[in-house]
Ligand binder design. Structure first.
Ligand code: NAD
Ligand code: LMR
Length: 329
């Protein structure tokens, strides 16, 4: 058995938290020989509900669950963390865009960024799920003084999974046959699900699905608006699929990417593809055999794609401007 690793999760009593914790504790994320410590972080009013979740975790008697901390104290919550999954924040309601939440949620990530820097392991990786996740990730990263920027991520995997599902439905194949699907930019209505480089069974999507009007129109807007469609249908934002995507992201970041493929996650740009350094933007990412990751280079960007990427990066710059007071100089 390996030494336990510590996973800190904010918003642990929330809807996504409920769909996340049990899968981590069961071993389905970090493997059947990897014990885990769960550090569950909530705001004070949600601690009684969190206590109920802890009781349920106890009642599962998971062989790999080594310890549980349930706390509203950020220092205790992020102590020795190997992973920080920042979920805790307010979800949007019908009629809102995700960046309408910046004023409510943005400030959460200053203190959490500082607490991660002071308490987590220096190698801790942080994945931000709480919306608007790209800009919240920027805030956390900027406040986590001394932590390497390449250890901060924001979640666009749900968008990738949604895009693969839509393409698979249209082509009459299984989603697992769709590869090389990159979400560019912001987890917002400006995101660009790049069908131009995606493949179905190794063939360009554009050869398999010849309805270009659908690809350039309905496909993109369906993926961009999927979160809103779920809120309209359920009366609450996506939770199980979001938790699933968070875990897919972690698994993809700790597992070598299949040769020639990539996965989508927002990272601090290193200037690749002409995107300003430091912007937290989704890009094609591959994980190496040694556990490091890199931006996949040389993915063709045609004029149509460039226009879409420019628009979503412009929105990220606007969001950054709106939270400049939360970003230390
Ligand atoms: P929820 O309201 O069910 O749960 C949120 C939890 O966070 C609550 O228990 C709340 O008490 C807690 N919380 C609030 N402020 C906190 C703080 N400062 N510290 C710790 N915990 C705090 O919401 P949910 O459905 O779990 O969604 C959580 C977030 O994830 C929302 O912002 C939502 O928009 C976002 N989300 C992102 C994606 C994505 O693809 N990136 C997908 C789905 C949802
Ligand atoms: C989603 O994409 O489902 C989440 O970001 C929730 C939302 O507000 O759309």
């Amino acid at each position: 058995m390996k030494d336990p690793i510590t996973i800190s999760i904010t918003g642990a009593a929330g809807n996504i938290g409920y769909a996340l914790l049990f899968r981590i504790a069961s071993g389905s994320v970090f493997g059947p020989d990897q014990p885990v410590n769960l550090n569950l972080i909530e705001i004070e009013p949600a601690l009684p509900a969190l206590e109920g979740v802890v009781m349920e975790l106890d009642d599962c008697a998971f062989p790999l669950l080594n310890s549980i901390v349930a706390t509203a104290d950020l220092n205790a919550g992020f102590r020795d963390a190997d992973w920080a999954l920042l979920v805790g924040s307010v979800p949007r309601k019908a009629g809102m865009e995700r960046n309408d939440l910046l004023g409510i949620n943005g400030k959460i990530f200053t203190g959490q960024g500082r607490a991660i820097a002071s308490n987590a392991k220096p190698t801790c990786r942080t994945l931000v799920v709480g919306n608007p996740c790209n800009t919240n990730c920027l805030i956390a990263m900027a406040n986590a003084s001394g932590m390497p920027k390449n250890q901060f991520f924001a979640m666009t995997r749900l968008d990738e999974n949604r895009a693969k599902s839509q393409l698979a439905k249209k082509a009459g194949v299984h989603p697992s046959q769709v590869t090389n699907l990159c979400i560019w930019g912001n987890h917002s209505a400006t995101q660009y699900p790049d069908f131009t480089n995606a493949k179905i069974d190794g063939r360009p999507v554009t050869e398999v699905i010849t309805d270009r009007e659908w690809l350039e129109g309905e496909f993109i807007t369906t993926v961009q608006q999927r979160g809103a469609a779920i809120i309209k249908a359920r009366g609450a934002s996506s939770a199980a699929s979001a938790a699933n995507a968070a875990l897919d992201t972690v698994v993809s970041l700790i597992t070598p990417t299949p040769e020639g493929d990539w996965h989508s996650v927002a990272v601090a740009s290193d200037g690749s593809y002409g995107i300003e350094e430091g912007i937290i933007t989704s890009m094609p990412i591959k994980t190496n055999a040694d556990g490091s990751w890199e931006v996949v280079q040389g993915v063709p960007v045609n004029d149509f794609s460039q226009g879409k990427i420019d628009a979503t990066v412009a929105e990220l710059k606007e969001e950054r401007e709106a939270v400049k007071d939360l970003i230390p100089g």
